[in-house]
Design a protein around this ligand. Structure first.
Ligand code: FAD
Length: 440
């Protein structure tokens, strides 16, 4: 009787899981494993919000496995060592895992290969719709510009969605540690983690208004699937197939965002250094001012649209994409701060915090990344008028300004009675681009 271990990583789901599907179809018995790697904590990546989401996701995965006749074995330690040990304990001939793209994932996969040799089966195509490196421009290992990547991505062959196994046979014996619980200090408005919640969201979210309203901050019309995609509670391939069925402009716009996700993943896979270093170094001196950085982090810059977004991040562990662009541009282009402390702050709170999407979007906003117009600056006031035209988003997140009507809320310095508990702007509004010119 053959036995396979399935090592779950960023793929905490039963549906459309290539590693699980291969193990189930090729072996008689399957042992599902998740290893909590202390190196993730040491690297500072285990933010409380993501740990809470992970705890939900693992509990949900264990429930789903039990319903199929199996269970999740949880171990702590080095993933390669723990996986090899479990494979020996249960006499497994093979280990299946889905491939990742980060430097962290690559190191883990090399260690697994060293420990397991030919017994390791790595599957690509679980994390993204099109695996990194599958489409490339002539003579290069990745696309540096989104538009040609998107064209090639649309032509790429897509795999079909794999079914969830209805039943699994798991040998008695291999013991695991207790499943983790949520830590203290999480944001109060976190979404529930796990594949069940992800599938509910996918079923109930209506993409119709997305085409027109995805940039409208108050409408909150985006899918909010990002944490489920980050932890792999849902596969990007399944989201794409689900959206493609509806054939509406909203679904097409959502599919384009999945291409952005793949685009950043293929950049990171080819250039793992961009998690920490500029993709395209720029000859700027960054400002270094702890007071400004603290005001930005705390949502007290005196620019309501920026502060509302930063308060949403603190409360929900999530922020609207337009708000992420505005706050990142404000820190890096307006205040001229290095993108790294901004990206670190996002990663300390985002429940969808993801090295590929966070670092490379930050670099895009800072002008050190793949933006073909790296000098563009988003004016927070013009953006506020455009994407929060009657100020609803700002009033939702800033109680100090809750009584200010209409779009006047975007310019509290012009009010006859300025709210006493709301700060004056860090930079005077007429000097918004001055620092940029000073340092360019
Ligand atoms: P939707 O608009 O419904 O889009 C559907 C999915 O497409 C998202 O769930 C996401 O997986 C993907 N997607 C959408 N926009 C982008 C984009 N610009 N780049 C890559 N993928 C995208 N996304 C993360 O998942 N993790 C991060 O850590 C992250 N950090 C970001 C930091 C900055 C400075 C910026 C500007 C963007 C960041 N994004 C990040 C991308 C984007 O803001 C979020 O994916 C999106 O807001 C999540 O909300 P949603 O699921 O409702 O998105």
């Amino acid at each position: 009787m053959s036995t396979a271990v399935v090592l779950f990583t960023q793929d905490l789901r039963l549906h459309d899981n290539p590693a699980l599907h291969a193990a189930r179809t090729r072996a008689d018995q399957v042992v599902p494993l998740f290893v909590r790697d202390p190196a993730v904590d040491r690297a500072g990546f285990a933010a409380p919000n993501r740990q809470a989401f992970l705890a939900d996701a693992l509990a949900d995965l264990d429930r789903a496995l039990r319903a199929a006749g199996s269970r999740l074995v949880l171990r702590h330690g080095d993933p390669a060592e723990q996986t090899a040990r479990l494979a020996t304990e249960c006499g497994a001939d093979t280990v299946h895992a889905n491939a990742g793209v980060s430097a962290f994932a690559t190191r883990r996969e090399h260690a697994l290969r060293r420990a397991l040799g030919e017994r390791l089966h790595l599957h690509d195509g679980a994390l993204t719709v099109v695996p990194p490196g599958r489409v490339t421009p002539a003579g290069r290992d990745h696309y540096a510009v989104f538009t040609p990547y998107h064209r090639a991505w649309q032509q790429a062959v897509r795999r079909t969605v794999l079914p969830a196994p209805r039943t699994l046979t798991t040998p008695d014996g291999p013991a695991g540690d207790p499943l983790p619980t949520a830590p203290a200090g999480t944001s109060p408005g976190l979404p529930p983690g796990g594949e069940s919640a992800a599938r509910r969201r996918l079923r109930t979210w209506d993409p119709t208004p997305y085409a027109d309203l995805h940039d409208d901050l108050a409408a909150d019309a985006t899918s909010r699937l990002s944490p489920y995609l980050h932890f792999g509670c849902l596969s990007a391939t399944e989201v794409l197939h689900h959206a493609a069925r509806s054939d509406t402009p909203g679904a097409a716009a959502l599919i384009r965002q999945l291409a952005w996700r793949d685009f950043h993943h293929q950049v990171l896979a080819a250039r793992p250094d961009t998690a920490h270093h500029d993709y395209r170094p720029r000859p700027y001196a960054w400002y270094d001012d702890e007071h400004e950085l603290r005001a930005w982090r705390e949502g007290r810059t005196g620019y309501p649209i920026i502060d509302a977004a930063m308060r949403q991040l603190a409360h929900e562990g999530w922020m609207h994409n337009r708000a992420r662009l505005l706050t990142a541009s404000f820190l890096t282009k307006t205040l001229r701060h290095d993108w790294r402390p901004g990206a670190d702050h996002f990663l300390s709170l985002l429940v969808d915090g993801d090295v590929a999407n966070n670092q490379l979007n930050w670099q895009w906003a800072a002008g050190t990344g793949t933006d073909t117009r790296p000098n563009r600056v988003l004016n927070p006031l013009r953006q506020a008028d455009r994407y929060d035209p009657d100020g609803t988003y700002v009033r939702r997140w800033l109680p100090e300004l809750a009584d200010v009507p209409g779009r006047a809320v975007h310019r509290p310095w012009d009010l006859a009675h300025r709210p006493a508990d709301y700060p004056a702007p860090l930079l005077p509004p007429d000097a918004l681009t001055a620092r940029m010119h000073e340092t360019a």
